[in-house]
Structure formats: C-alpha cells, structure tokens
Ligand binder design. Sequence first.
Ligand code: NAG
Ligand code: NAG
Ligand code: NAG
Ligand code: NAG
Ligand code: NAG
Ligand code: NAG
Ligand code: NAG
Ligand code: NAG
Ligand code: NAG
Length: 517
Amino acid sequence: MLLHHQLLALLALLLSCIHVDAAFISYPRPSIYSKSAHFSLKVNGTYAYTVSYDGYDYVQLSMDEGYATEFRIALTSGDSITSYSISPERLPISAKTEGNELVFSLTKAHYLIVKINDEKEFVVLLDPSELDVPASSGANVYNVRDYNADDTGKSVTKGIQAAMDAAAGNPGSIVYVPAGLYTIGNLLLRNHTSLYLAGGAVLRFSGDPKDYTTLYNKPDLYNGTWWIQTEINSTNIKVYGRGTIDGNGYNTRKAKFMADLLVPVGTTNFTCDGVLVRDSSFWAVTPIQVTDALITNIKILDRQDVTQDDGIDVVESTRVTVRRAIAIANDDSFSAKTWPYKVHTTVPYPYAPRELRDVLFDDCLAWTLCYSYKIGEGVWEVQDNVTFRNSVAYKAGVGIGIHHKFGSEVASNITFEDIDIERLSGSPGGMASWMAIYVDNAGEGVGPLKDLTIRNIRARQQGSRNAFLQGFNQSSMVSGVTIGDVYMFQNKTPATTFEEMKLFNVSYSEGVKIVNS
Ligand SMILES: *[C@@H]1O[C@H](CO)[C@@H](O)[C@H](O)[C@H]1NC(C)=O
Ligand SMILES: *[C@@H]1O[C@H](CO)[C@@H](O)[C@H](O)[C@H]1NC(C)=O
Ligand SMILES: *[C@@H]1O[C@H](CO)[C@@H](O)[C@H](O)[C@H]1NC(C)=O
Ligand SMILES: *[C@@H]1O[C@H](CO)[C@@H](O)[C@H](O)[C@H]1NC(C)=O
Ligand SMILES: *[C@@H]1O[C@H](CO)[C@@H](O)[C@H](O)[C@H]1NC(C)=O
Ligand SMILES: *[C@@H]1O[C@H](CO)[C@@H](O)[C@H](O)[C@H]1NC(C)=O
Ligand SMILES: *[C@@H]1O[C@H](CO)[C@@H](O)[C@H](O)[C@H]1NC(C)=O
Ligand SMILES: *[C@@H]1O[C@H](CO)[C@@H](O)[C@H](O)[C@H]1NC(C)=O
Ligand SMILES: *[C@@H]1O[C@H](CO)[C@@H](O)[C@H](O)[C@H]1NC(C)=O
C-alpha cells in the first residue's frame, strides 16, 4: 500500500511529465463596438481586444489561474505614465511603470479599475477560464443558427426565442448562441433550459419601444419592459457564458422607453454565470420573487449618464447569492428591496408581495454615483438576513447604507463586513458619506432597523457629510447595532468613538455598541 507521502511524490512526478500550457482568451470585439482610443493592453505579449465606451473603456478576458500572466497597459497617446491606481487597492497589485507602459503580473483573475494620469478609467475584467463550455451542437443543444437567427444585428430576430421554445420541449437542454450580433425583442427563458452566450455573442436591445411589450410605467420615467425574463413558476433556468447582454440603454431612454435587462422572476434555482451586461436603461439585473439563485462572475457596465440604471437589485427574493461581481452604474450598484402590490414597476410581479430573506453579496466591486451596497429604498415587506461582505467601492456617493424610505416594515439582521470604501464623491439624495443608515419619512411609511452588524470597514474617505445611524421616531428606531473595526482614512487602528467614525447623527438609535476585535 502506498503511503500518503509516496502518493504525493508520485502525483508530483506525473504532473511534472505533463506539459501544462496556460492560456487566456480575449473575445473577438463585437462589430458594433470600437477599440479603446485611450488604452492598449498586452497580455503575455499579445494585444487584447479593448472596447471604447462612455465614461470608461474596458477589456474582457478569461485566463487560466495559477500561472503568472503579464499585463502591460499603455496609453495610445504615447504619453508616459505619471500617476496610476489599481482598484481594488487592498489586493494589492504591485505594478511598475516601464516607459509608457504600466506593468503587472497576476496569477488570479480579478475585476480591476485602472486609473492612469487624468485619463478616463480602464476597466480590466478578468475571469477564470470557462470550465463548462457546451458543444455548439448535439442532441441537447439548440444552436440558434439552426433557427435562422440573424447574427448581423440588422433585423430584429425571432430565432433565439424559436430555439428556446424548441429547447423547452427537451428539459435540461441548452440554447447555444455563437459569436455574432443579435437584435432581439422580449426573450422568455423557458423552464429547465440553459441559455449559453459564447464569448463574442451580443444580444442587443433594439431601442424601439414597438419591438417590446410594455409591462409597467414609472411616472417619473417611462413605460418599461422586462427584456429577458424567466417563465413564471419555472425552475432550473441558467444563463451563462462570456457573451454580452447589451441594453442599448442610452438610446432607449432617448426613445422614451426603458427596460430591466435580465429578470429572473417567479422562478427557483436560477443560475447566472459569466455574462457581461451593459448599458441598461433601468435596473439591469433584478431577481424578483425568486427562491434560490446564484449569480456569479457577472460584469455590469452601465453608463453613468443614464439615471436609475442600478446594477443588481434583489427584490422580494429568498436565498440569493451574488458572488464575484462588478457593477458600474449611475444608480445603486448592489441593493435589496421590497415593494408594494401592483404599483408602477411592480404591476407585472407574478405573486403577492414577498419578504426578502437570506441574501448574500460577496466579493463585489462597485462604482456608482449613488450607493455601493444598500438596503432600500423600499422596505414594504420584511428584509431579513442580508449580508454584504468582502467587497470594495471604487467610487460612490455612499459607501454602505440602509435607506428606509418607503414602507413600514423592519429591515433586520443586516450585515456589512470586510468592505473597503476607496473614494466618495457626489451627493445622492443629499447624502454623501461612508455610511448612511437612516429612516426617512417620505410620506409612505417609516419603520425600524434592527440587529445590524457593521464590521471591518475601511473608509479611506468620509464623504462630504458625516455618517448616519439614525431612526425616525420612537416606533422607527435603529436598535441593536454592533459596529467595530472601522478604519477611517489610512488609520492603522480602528475607531473607538463615534467621533472618530465621523458619526454624529445617531438620534432614535439604541443599543449601539462599538466592539473592536
Ligand atoms: C504567460 O507567460 C508565462 C511565462 O511564459 C507563462 O508561465 C504563463 O503560463 C502564461 N500565461 C498565460 C495565461 O498564457
Ligand atoms: C405606455 O404603455 C401604455 C400601455 O401599453 C400605452 O397605452 C401608452 O400609450 C404608453 N405610453 C407611451 C408614452 O408610450
Ligand atoms: C403560478 O403558480 C401559481 C400557484 O400554482 C398559480 O396560482 C399561478 O397562476 C401560476 N402563474 C402563472 C403565470 O402561471
Ligand atoms: C416547470 O417544471 C416543473 C417540474 O420540474 C413544473 O412543476 C412546473 O409547472 C413547470 N413550470 C412551467 C412554467 O412550465
Ligand atoms: C439547479 O439547476 C441546475 C441547472 O441550472 C441543475 O444543474 C441543478 O441540478 C439544479 N439543482 C437542483 C437542486 O435541482
Ligand atoms: C442567512 O443567510 C445565509 C445566506 O446568505 C445563510 O447561509 C444563513 O443560514 C442565513 N441565516 C439564518 C439564521 O437563516
Ligand atoms: C434575526 O435573526 C435571528 C437569529 O437568526 C432571528 O431569531 C430573528 O427572528 C431575526 N429577526 C427577524 C426580524 O427576522
Ligand atoms: C412615527 O412616525 C410615523 C410617520 O409619521 C407615525 O405614523 C407614527 O405614529 C410615529 N410614531 C410615534 C411613536 O410617534
Ligand atoms: C445631523 O446632525 C446635525 C448636527 O447635529 C444636524 O444639524 C442635522 O440636522 C442632522 N441631520 C439630520 C438629517 O438629522
């Protein structure tokens, strides 16, 4: 019998005989996008496909982890690099400049926001290599090419829905979307199916309201639709791959219309992995009345000149995990909400209002003009056991927050932990702080906040206002708060007083303890 260490030695010998070729993939740039006019990126000596965008540029790659892979970012102007930052700063990534290049090496994939000189930001989206790439054809694969899907984007194609409907007759099957541009109307994801978007595939919203079913109206904005939604009462639906879901939001808003882009709704065991979602005209990804969902490796790149284009809003759902995500938006990056019955945007909700429970946001990166990590504004039904952890705000109006503005229910067992707030600017709704936890009376109810944990937060800036931990009145208190290991600015020791936390607005709060580890 082989001993444990002999077994290990044998394994090492076997591994050393196998030549391992690490690889990375830069997905072909879809025809409608142009390359960055500001940056180039060489990965291990090969140029990657960059994309020019509004406000920031980006590049999307997958790489094998565990091997040192070199990244060289250059300014296309040829200018030399006089200053730079790479977020998340806390990783940290050690970089150097060589001539006009910023050079660093990574063994693990990360989502990074790189700022060089006073150029716009360059968002570097690195995913681990895909493990579960399906065959493009076969017994359980419905390739949209076989359903006459127009991959030039010139017409509004029904081919993807046709493939999806065929797949629905064969539970457990996959709709395969190869690289190409597909302009589509509303897409219904069917029971027990997966939608695979290959890298280089783009589903694009036409922007013409006539191509869509109006589902709701938001009085301060427009009529809206759920662009890509699950069937109601469905289960085991998955959306995955490294393709792009492009909401064409800026143009859609100009046409006085809007859409949530990806809407798992009235479904259970929903999975979303690896896709890039961009340019939403309203809340981009919204699990609504969902039980059991896992959303991973998701990249939401909204424009910051389109309002109310939240990243991920988890609504009235239970057991939802969002992990390894980046959301860049004008409005909230990551939030949890509950709403009233059949009012405006909730008119199409399939069920009576539901409580929201057991939601986890883990390993996220936010960049927003509003809140990075937030409960609210709607607390019309209970929100209980929501955790935001191990996450970073590159830049925000508010770092962490609970804005109890609408509804009278309780938000309880809410945790913010291991969060690094790098930059704060702007002033959403008059708030601009590293922490804004408060009950607001907008004439649509007030309610309590109970049992909050705020732990291990780095606030590198405080924002233009002080922090808030404030109820509204005796029946809408903030109670039972443990706050600790709050590191202000570059301090090496945690704050020991409210003053050191820049926390002065604490009226109608009780049972607040500072506990440093
Ligand atoms: C990049 O090059 C290094 C050194 O040659 C190699 O070890 C690594 O596997 C390469 N990485 C990728 C993702 O190709
Ligand atoms: C909004 O949708 C409703 C219902 O479909 C429709 O009657 C109305 O004309 C639409 N409004 C606009 C401005 O398009
Ligand atoms: C979903 O299921 C519920 C409960 O079985 C049923 O009442 C409802 O009509 C179904 N909804 C749809 C849209 O099928
Ligand atoms: C989905 O399949 C499940 C069985 O797994 C079934 O109970 C449910 O009614 C189906 N939903 C729809 C919308 O067909
Ligand atoms: C959840 O859905 C996935 C397909 O997306 C499936 O592989 C898995 O078995 C489902 N889990 C359960 C518990 O049904
Ligand atoms: C809270 O939610 C998490 C999932 O985010 C879950 O693992 C945990 O069991 C829940 N806690 C309670 C007390 O239900
Ligand atoms: C908060 O969590 C505790 C422990 O899991 C639980 O007993 C309590 O009911 C929760 N609070 C609410 C309002 O659900
Ligand atoms: C708190 O304010 C709300 C909203 O104005 C009101 O309905 C409620 O009665 C107030 N509670 C107390 C104890 O004053
Ligand atoms: C916050 O506290 C300051 C100083 O005490 C006070 O002037 C201000 O009105 C408070 N703001 C709110 C919204 O309560």
